[in-house]
Each structure stands twice: as structure tokens, then as C-alpha cells.
Design a protein around this ligand. Structure first.
Ligand SMILES: [Mg+2]
Length: 244
């Protein structure tokens, strides 16, 4: 239908990473993984030396299993996940220095949620259930209509096509890759969008510095999103932005 062709031109899909981009959980996730690993496998501090930023939950777990010469056993993994969700829920409720919603995010999501031409999505290495525990804790769980998660692939680079598929299922037409934005706090976020022709935005609210993000040549880069309108004007025409 012509209609379809016309409609997909105007839609923009925004794919947000969670940790370091929307929120900082200040170690709650790592602590929950450690506790779940100990409960499932009897090994303490299994995730102590593991780099988690920008990676997927299954990818991280695989690395720890390899380190301890353990097999990926489906039933045990399910046990680990179930413990992880319980502990994550607990750990998120503990007060932690630095635990917060990242600057500007509340306001940005509130404005974008009201735009019929913008679809808000998630592209995260978190397992879906854990992702929503985190989002719910910060009151951000109602903003997103589609998502690609660690459940979909252990390889972040496979998640953009999953998000495209989910968009198609939801909207019954394809979003243009040049109208899709991958937004994240690590070089891996920027790198996972590029092969698919999406636009990319790096934001230095996680562990990585601005220069690490700039090195991967994102389309846009921000120290943080505290200047809300400088991000919003990438998606919203100036004259409409003033009235927001
Ligand atoms: Mg992140």
C-alpha cells in the first residue's frame, strides 16, 4: 500500500540502552548476579572481575561459566535467572550512592511518549525480566512499546534486526534504518547500530568517557542529556519543540 510507504517515512524508532544510559543501578545488578551465581553454583564473587558494560546478560554469564569450566545447562541457567531476578529486586531496594535516573531522561521520555511519530524502544543486553525490574524500580517501565533483549541473543550486534522485526510486528510496516537511533553509553552500543545503517548517539553517563565514544564516530555525542532540548531537536522540528 502507498499508505504504508508514506507512513514509514515519518516514523522514528528510538532504541535506548538501559544501564548507564537511562539509569545507574550503582552495582545492584552485579551484586544480584554474584548472589545468584553463589546460590546456583556455590561459587563466591563469580562476577568480580567481569566487564559488564555494553554486554549482554547471557554473554556475561557464559564468560563466567567458561572461567569456572562449567557447562551451559538449560535447567541450571533457569535457576540462576530466577535467583538473579529475586536478588535484583532486593538489591534495587537497598539505598546506594549513585543509584539514579540519568540526567534529563524523565523529561525526554515524557515528551517523546506523546509524539505519535516516535516509537520508543529498548535495545539492551539485560534479560527482559531483569530489564523491567530495573525500569519499574525507577518508574520508567511504561514508556517503551518494543524491545530487543539479552533473551533474544547473547550478541548485542544481533539485537538491531530483532528490534526491526518487533517494530514491523507492532506497526505492520518497516521503519527506515536512517530513521532509527541507537542510544547508549558504551562503544558497543554505537558499534551495534552501524552495520544496519541506523544512526547512533553516545552519551557519557555510564563508565565510558566522551572520548571513548567519539572514537567510534557516533552521529551525535553528549556528555549527558541534561540539556534536554539539544537531544529532542534531533527528533522534533524546532517549531514543535518550542511548544513542548
Ligand atoms: Mg549501558
Amino acid at each position: 500500500m502507498d499508505n504504508d510507504h508514506e507512513s514509514n517515512q515519518i516514523y522514528q524508532l528510538l532504541l535506548f540502552d538501559i544501564d548507564g544510559t537511562l539509569i545507574r543501578s550503582a552495582g545492584a545488578g552485579r551484586e544480584a548476579m554474584n548472589r545468584a551465581f553463589q546460590k546456583t553454583y556455590g561459587i563466591q564473587n563469580g562476577f568480580e572481575h567481569i566487564t559488564m558494560m555494553g554486554r549482554t546478560d547471557p554473554g556475561i554469564l557464559q564468560e563466567v561459566l567458561d572461567e569456572h569450566h562449567l557447562d551451559w545447562d538449560g535447567a541450571q541457567i533457569e535457576q540462576f535467572q530466577s535467583h538473579y531476578y529475586d536478588f535484583l529486586d532486593e538489591e534495587l531496594k537497598k539505598p546506594r550512592d549513585g543509584m539514579r535516573i540519568c540526567a534529563g531522561i524523565d523529561q525526554i521520555l515524557s515528551v517523546l511518549k506523546n509524539r505519535h511519530d516516535i516509537i520508543l524502544g529498548l535495545l539492551t543486553g539485560n534479560w527482559r525480566y531483569g530489564a523491567y525490574l530495573k525500569l519499574r524500580h525507577f518508574g520508567l517501565d511504561d514508556y517503551f512499546t518494543i524491545g530487543a533483549f539479552g533473551d533474544d541473543s547473547g550478541d548485542r550486534n544481533q539485537l538491531v534486526p530483532v528490534a526491526f522485526d518487533r517494530f514491523r510486528m507492532q506497526m505492520s510496516f518497516d521503519v527506515l534504518s536512517e530513521n532509527t537511533w541507537v542510544i547508549g553509553d558504551t562503544p558497543l552500543d554505537i558499534l551495534c547500530g552501524k552495520p544496519y545503517g541506523t544512526r547512533t548517539i553516545g552519551v557519557a553517563t555510564g563508565v565510558h568517557e566522551l572520548k571513548d565514544l567519539i572514537a567510534e564516530k557516533p552521529d551525535q555525542v553528549f556528555e549527558d542529556f541534561s540539556d534536554v532540548s539539544s537531544l529532542l531537536r534531533l527528533f522534533i522540528p524546532e517549531e514543535e519543540l518550542i511548544s513542548e
